[in-house]
Design a protein around this ligand. Structure first.
Ligand code: ATR
Length: 278
């Protein structure tokens, strides 16, 4: 769906508070330059109090749409004219498309996760029957929706607080079971995929209790954290000879559907973009 008006400069945005650290302008700026498009993508600081007014203006603005980041990903639900079912399941809207003075909200994080793995490990979802997901916070929801969409037969959610994992397993439709982190060793031998959705690893911290050597040699290990690019979890997996996929690709791939909707071209996540954003 191409929303931009070809006779005018197509405009898109990212809103958040604060917004100056967002990498989205760099990503979309890279693609706008690559396609030679006469479009703009700007970072706009919108406070929670200013959000309703921003939406009121958005409907009749020149914006084709934009991205939504912290702290607005939940608040925008009530302000959108429509929100798709996957964004509802994930519990967050990260992408807006404006069409006929109506704002549609969606979530592209699950597509980012899938696009990243598809690019790095083609055919992974045909091979893998069981997955382990570490963490049961907001970020885990998009991963669970993605794994259910790819029909992974069995997904084990391991969390420090098991009750949170249990709640998630019930709320989201899929083949989910919840466990304490301590059951990792027992479950790992049958897991073809390990995904870390927690912020552990962001500051060089590692999961102490996880013995990755219990995973099969064919297992794929991925982390949604991308600062640092090689988290302690990925470093340990590599030492054991396991295949790893870093989280930067998820950030880049989640931006693809928005760019395509606003600017009418499907961009590619290439090494040049990775180098620029990393
Ligand atoms: P987000 O919305 O970004 O996913 P979150 O809702 O705070 O962030 O979720 C963080 C996740 O990381 C949770 O699963 C949390 O476990 P709890 O539900 O037990 O809090 C997990 N987490 C954070 N720090 C952790 C730690 N030191 N050890 C184990 N799990 C941790």
């Amino acid at each position: 769906m191409f929303i931009g008006n070809p006779s005018r400069v197509t405009k898109a945005f990212v809103i958040g508070d604060p917004i100056k650290h967002s990498r989205s302008p760099l990503i979309h700026g890279h693609w706008l330059a690559q396609f030679g498009l006469d479009g703009t993508y700007e970072a706009i600081n919108v406070t929670p109090e200013g959000l309703p007014e921003f939406f009121d203006r958005l409907r009749t603005s020149e914006f084709a749409g934009g991205n939504v980041t912290i702290p607005h990903k939940e608040a925008v639900f009530a302000l959108c004219d429509s929100v798709d079912p996957l964004a509802r399941a994930i519990g967050a809207v990260n992408t807006l498309v404006v069409e006929n003075a109506k704002v549609h909200g969606t979530n592209t994080d699950y597509l980012g996760f899938l696009g990243n793995l598809d690019a790095a490990a083609p055919g992974w979802s045909d091979r893998i029957e069981q997955a382990i997901v570490l963490g049961a916070g907001g970020a885990a929801r998009a991963i669970l929706v993605a794994l259910a969409a790819r029909k992974i037969a069995s997904v084990h959610i391991l969390n420090r607080t098991v009750a949170t994992a249990e709640k998630l397993a019930v709320e989201i439709n899929g083949p989910f079971q919840s466990h304490p982190l301590g059951e990792f060793e027992q479950l790992a031998p049958d897991a073809g995929l390990l995904v870390n959705t927690t912020s552990i690893g962001m500051h060089g911290t590692a999961f102490e209790a996880l013995n990755l050597s219990c995973l099969p040699k064919s297992a794929l290990v991925t982390d949604i954290v991308y600062t640092p690019l090689v988290t302690p979890l990925l470093a340990e997996a590599r030492t054991l000879g396991l295949a790893t996929v870093d989280g930067l690709g998820m950030l880049l791939h989640q931006a693809v559907p928005g760019f395509e909707a606003w600017f009418g071209q499907r961009p590619v996540v290439d090494q040049g973009l990775r180098d620029q954003i990393a």
